[in-house]
Ligand binder design. Structure first.
Ligand SMILES: [Fe+2]
Length: 159
């Protein structure tokens, strides 16, 4: 049985579950970025305050794209924080004021997201779901580049 866009319904169901998991994790990631944007202190305030804003602006676009992909696959996107908290692997961060610690959290959150995106890419490919493949493929390439930059930043903190 195929859904309205011609994807196998059982495979689409599996993708919807994984995409909802990614959505929940992205929402926690988004809120972590907002907290960092607000709470960061110190000499690098201006630089990091802006960087976190750039990252959450990007995250909020991805949140919407993931939710709308779920709808396109005929699923229901999770849309309450109670559901996100039940689903997410990314944890809430609280009162982080140190820049390097903040960037390290973001690196870890991105690492969790990219792992999930690679699993979805492989499932989507197996379902001949090119739309999801291409979305995940873009996210993975962008996140890899961001991880390179963030890890380069963190090098200044290693002796
Ligand atoms: Fe702001």
């Amino acid at each position: 049985m195929k859904n309205l866009i011609g994807i196998d319904k059982v495979k689409a169901e599996q993708l919807i579950i994984k995409l909802n998991d990614l959505l929940a994790n992205y929402q926690l990631f988004y809120q972590n970025l907002r907290g960092l944007h607000w709470n960061i202190k110190g000499k690098e305030f201006f630089e990091l305050h802006l960087k976190f804003e750039e990252l959450y602006d990007d995250a909020v676009i991805k949140v919407d794209e993931i939710a709308e992909r779920i709808l396109t696959l005929e699923g229901e996107p999770l849309h309450t924080f109670s559901d996100y908290l039940k689903t997410t692997e990314i944890k809430e961060e609280r009162n982080i004021t140190n820049g390097a610690q903040g960037v390290e959290i973001i690196v870890n959150n991105f690492t969790t997201l990219i792992k999930k995106e690679r699993v979805i890419l492989s499932l989507a490919s197996n379902a001949d779901d090119e739309g999801t493949v291409s979305l995940m493929s873009d996210y993975i390439a962008q996140t890899e580049k961001t991880l390179w930059m963030l890890n380069s930043y963190l090098k200044s903190y290693q002796i």
